[in-house]
Write a protein that binds this ligand. Sequence first.
Ligand code: PLP
Length: 417
Amino acid sequence: MGKINTKVTDSVNFFMGNKPADLTAKYGSPLYVYNEKILRERCRDIKNLVTYPHFSINYSAKANSNLAFLEIVREEGLNVDAMSPGEIFVELKAGFKPEQIFYISNNVSKEEMQFAIDHNITISVDSLSQLEQYGQLNPGGKVAARFNGGIGAGHHEKVVTAGKKTKFAINPENIPEFKEILKKYDLKLVGINQHIGSLFMDGSKYVEGVKAILHIAKEFDNLEFVDLGGGFGIPYEKLNDQPRLDLASLGKELDEVFKEFAAEYGREITFKVEPGRYISAECSVLLGTVHAIKHNHEDKYAGTDIGFNVLQRPIMYDSHHDIEVYNDSEKIEDITVVGNICESGDIIAKHRMCPEMHVGDTIGVLDAGAYGYCMASNYNNRLRPAEVLIRENGEVQLIREKDKLEDLLKGMKGLND
Ligand SMILES: *Cc1c(COP(=O)(O)O)cnc(C)c1O
């Protein structure tokens, strides 16, 4: 095989001897393939981030909430975040205990809050009005709150979640009112959290954000934890040798900040982080098949079965995903790789230099494990793909079946049903 065709997956022995085309022949194309060993490695990277003893990692399950996937994350000793009762439900199924789950709510109904209260799950509220709602439902209870430290970061406007232009979190100016509501309902504030945004590759912005939230933390006396959020980036441009996030130096800086804070606060509180993508992105390759090659004016297109119903990130955030081509081509050419959905925006990669593709080739979209399957839909009444896990011994295990045609009718009622 030509070098660049499989450069990235070869470098990490991703398929462990399994042939991509055999996998799609058996489980269908497209197909989400996960590598258990890589997933476990990413969990351990973050576990070893700091030496500070009271450190908890809450995997942000919205990035990938497959049951088997969550079970592995739990085995690695991570806790989880939840963004909805549905995530709480799946996380409990995966064996997480209520005290290992942190519900970061955003504009939720009374019923959703009550669901978390009934399951003894700590909730973080996102506004004064949601704190009121919490107080009414659970007077005397424990609660956390999300604050906006004023620092935002992210790879796209849609994922910057702090700073001046965001729907998220409580503005520190409102702390006096916030404290009044705590008092009114006899609530105990156990923690505060923030999430500055997704996919930072330079730790300095994160540290700046950490300092900002710790500044806010000093306004409260009896905190048990401060949660610093996620957003740890991964290099999506591996074929261009994009460097990794420097976790070693980030960890060192965080250690210093944590120790300094503990000294000033008078107590070693727990610090939490919430990585989503960092844990889940790199352990997955999305396989697909080329079904058409064509030229439209100057441009050459490869038409595949990877529509944006299967992987939303390129159309939603203009995201880059590297592409591998599992054939022997040595010729590299400029090609636009598209899906099978009836919309012109259905593009996986525009004008990409790739090994020459032919009808019938299997291709791989790399780093697809975060915000991949969980954002997949049945748009165009397409079936969502299967998910398989390559175990540490190289065996392949089905961890989610491909949709069936009948699934498209689930819950639907015809006029005479
Ligand atoms: C999405 C999200 C995360 C995870 O973000 P990543 O970029 O995947 O690390 C963490 N915390 C909160 C509150 C989020 O909304």
